[in-house]
Design a protein around this ligand. Structure first.
Ligand code: ADP
Length: 449
């Protein structure tokens, strides 16, 4: 039985995990860098240990140090959160070798899904529809060009090891193909230490729609429905909602079935997310699987009533899933906005610094997952996410009004934030109509900023 969990992360997600631990009567151990000494995750955990200097490479990515703290504090499990070491096979293996429990899937599942090319071929075998494209690219330029013509322009070059919206390159015509490929490879080598690049059809006006999966170690896999994540900037999500205003009940059922098949094909365990692109004719294609807790998991919690972090811990404890598929229902509508310390009018540059004043929204149907407070200094070393604002209401229209009200109440001074930008999104006609795709922000950037 897990009695003590070390949370190998920082910021809002570390606070989020510590909260579920406390409610389960499980002790929590925080780790922190010098820049996070006074962070809320340090205050809320039962114990806290210093990892090292601020840069991630010397703190939140230091596997040796994290494992030695886990041993010293007698933690029996490690929760990786998202980002940092959450999809690092070496980390998962080292935890197991140390005789500890990794709160996540097997190292094999992480490896299989962590490499986009490997995941594509596995999914194809499992009968999951993947985005039309190539496996490994051939050597000769002419062969590569021929493949691109078969797929049809525009095509997208993708780093197999890419992630976080990085390592993608759009190619509109044949004359750009080979030069773009050379650049994509060298960028992939620098950014991910792996120059493998493949080619995919570039889908026009797609939706990014993903399914939350929960699986236990006894062969049960369920889905917790979808999240519509098409409000993106630079391939990164800004606003997410569930249910998706775009998909039909038939499409939802078909996508859910494939999401479950994807998870089963890698003997998945714990919480995971199967991402799809859906084109304007409502054809859907597997994009990738994220083998960890997702930033946007709270909207799913809100409509299903399931605490995903608690469910992860129970699965790691070898307990069978508590819910069967027909007991899981989507009730009402939830929207999440990612609140960042950034300057929307100045190219969305990060705006770290001292929080002089903060008033977080409260009231019916409002949840904020954050980690800062008045007097806290948002470090410049990490992602500038301040909090996630999640609202719920019985209908989509009511949820949008509630989000607008909550954003109106949200006051932060000291750092620049994207609060007014998100407020503009809530008022933009395509969003209000539920008629938007992944190009929505780019297409309306002048009105939104
Ligand atoms: P990452 O792993 O970096 O997050 P993904 O493969 O999940 O990358 O893609 C992120 C986003 O990029 C998608 O949500 C979508 O907006 C865009 N995208 C990726 N592949 C395609 C494609 N083949 N066609 C059109 N858009 C794409």
């Amino acid at each position: 039985m897990i009695k003590k969990v070390l949370v190998a992360n920082r910021g809002e997600i570390a606070v989020r995990i510590v909260r579920s631990c406390r409610e389960m009567g499980i002790r929590s151990v925080a780790v922190y860098s010098d820049a996070d000494r006074t962070s809320m995750h340090v205050r809320y955990a039962d114990e806290a240990y210093r990892l090292g200097p601020a840069p991630s490479s010397e703190s939140y990515l230091n596997i040796d140090k994290i494992i030695s703290i886990a041993k010293k504090s007698k933690a029996d499990a490690i929760h990786p959160g998202y980002g940092f070491l959450s999809e690092n096979t070496d980390f998962a293996n080292r935890i197991l070798q140390a005789g500890l429990i990794f709160i996540g899937p097997s190292a094999e599942a992480i490896t299989a899904m962590g490499d986009k090319m490997t995941a594509r071929s596995l999914m194809k075998k499992a009968g999951v529809t993947i985005v039309p494209g190539t496996d490994e690219l051939p050597e000769a330029d002419e062969d590569i060009k021929k493949l691109a013509r078969e797929i049809g322009y525009p095509v997208m070059l993708k780093a197999s090891a890419g992630g976080g919206g990085k390592g993608m390159r759009l190619v509109k015509s044949e004359e750009d193909l080979i030069p773009s490929l050379l650049r994509a490879k060298s960028e992939a080598r620098t950014a991910f230490g792996n120059e493998a690049v493949y080619m995919e059809k570039y889908l026009l006006e797609p939706h990014h729609i993903e399914f939350q999966i929960m699986a236990d170690n006894h062969g049960h896999v369920v889905h917790l429905f979808e999240r519509e994540c098409s409000v993106q900037r630079r391939h990164q999500k800004v606003v997410e909602e569930t249910p998706s205003p775009f998909i039909t009940p038939e499409l939802r059922a078909a996508m859910a079935e494939q999401a479950i098949a994807a998870a089963k094909s890698v003997n998945y365990s714990g919480a995971g997310t199967v991402e799809f692109l859906v084109d304007k004719d409502r054809n859907f294609y597997f994009l990738e699987m994220n083998t960890r807790l997702q930033v946007e998991h709270p909207i799913t919690e809100r409509v299903t009533g399931i605490d995903i972090v608690k469910a992860q811990i129970k699965v790691a404890n070898n307990e069978p899933l508590e819910m069967s598929q027909n007991e899981i229902i989507q009730r009402g509508h939830a929207i999440e906005a990612r609140i960042y310390a950034e300057d929307p009018v100045n190219n969305f540059n990060p705006s770290p610094g001292l929080i002089r004043h903060i008033t977080e929204p409260l009231g019916l149907g409002v949840r904020t997952d954050g980690y800062v407070y008045e007097g806290f200094e948002i470090p410049m070393y990490y992602d500038p996410l301040i909090s996630k604002l999640i609202v719920w209401a019985p209908t989509r229209a009511d949820a949008i009004e509630r989000m607008k009200r909550a954003l109106y109440e949200y006051k932060i001074t000291g750092v620049k934030t994207n609060i007014s930008f998100v407020q503009s999104i809530m008022q933009a006609q395509p969003f209000v109509d539920g008629n938007y795709n992944t190009h929505f922000i780019d297409d309306h950037i002048d009105e939104l900023t």
